[in-house]
Ligand binder design. Structure first.
Ligand code: ZN
Length: 292
């Protein structure tokens, strides 16, 4: 029931309505948000909690991120919520002139705390950027690592994207690295993160998902040995042609794996503009899929 409800929606409605209870395995005590207590402990609430334990307990009920029995991280994109209305987002102008209200910031921060609680990423909360009528992020985080994988330079993102990238690193990047190189990736080069701009740079055109901290461009990976895998140098559409080009195969795998989690995945196959990086974004609640 209420599967499409965003965390935001749940948090707003919680004060006056009983909570939906989608999973029968949650202890009954967590049904009572009024107590303000978390009956299920959060694994690792890194960003500061907005002083509202009830919000976290409420959010937990919808379980946007769960660990399966095998330890795989399941991220249900529909339940992660958005800081702005996805239906109007693409029509906005690249501008930082509007400002978030304190209520919008609080809701976004509470949601962020919950969304990142199940992850091991180093995400420092930073000041709100812009507002709801243009570019911006209500609860931005500066991500400097996904677990043991450094992000260079640190990337300013929204929390939903940060959590989804974490999932991709854990489930796709590291398994591909271990399979191909018998060693893990230790660094990701973030080519571009938050930027207030239209899709084709400055000027007209539809606003880019980068403008909402909802996109990350990745230029290269570094292995524990220090070796670099660059999208510009090592991508090849025929990378696995003879089954010998390990770097190309690694890039093909991580690119393909990203299509499970992101709404838009672009790489060198897509066009010349992406010959040197992967672009991942969450688009409009994952409602369209581009995997190129
Ligand atoms: Zn991009």
């Amino acid at each position: 029931m209420c599967a499409a409800a965003t965390l935001l929606g749940i948090a707003v409605a919680a004060a006056e309505t009983p909570l939906p209870r989608p999973k029968p395995d949650i202890p009954a005590a967590s049904k009572a948000p009024a107590s303000g207590k978390r009956s299920v402990p959060l694994p690792r609430p890194k960003p500061p909690v907005g002083g509202n334990g009830a919000a976290a307990a409420i959010a937990l009920e919808s379980k946007p991120i769960t660990a399966s029995r095998r330890g795989r991280l399941e991220v249900k994109l529909d339940d992660l919520g958005r800081e702005r209305d996805p239906n109007v987002a693409s029509d906005l102008r690249p501008s930082e002139n509007s400002k978030w209200t304190s209520a919008q910031i609080k809701q976004a921060r509470d949601r962020c705390t919950f969304v990142l609680a199940a992850t091991n990423l180093d995400a420092k909360p930073i000041k709100p950027i812009g507002g709801p009528k243009g570019c911006g992020i209500a609860a931005p985080v500066k991500v400097s690592s996904f677990g043991a994988v450094r992000v260079r330079p640190a990337a300013t993102l929204n929390c939903t994207l940060a959590a989804t990238l974490y999932k991709w690193v854990v489930e796709e990047v590291q398994p591909a690295a271990l399979k191909g190189f018998k060693q893990p990736v230790v660094e990701i080069n973030s080519y571009a993160a938050y930027q207030c701009r239209s899709r084709r740079g400055v000027g007209g055109g539809r606003i880019s998902e980068h403008s909402f901290g909802n996109a990350l461009d990745i230029g290269a990976f570094k292995l524990a040995s220090g070796e670099t895998i660059s999208i510009l140098k090592d991508w090849s559409g025929t990378g696995s042609f003879f089954g010998v080009n390990k770097k190309a195969r690694f890039l093909t795998r991580t690119h393909k794996g990203a299509c499970k989690s992101f709404a838009t995945v672009l790489g060198p196959k897509a066009n010349k503009a992406h010959k040197n990086h992967f672009h991942f974004d969450l688009g409009r609640d994952g409602r369209y899929k581009i995997c190129q």
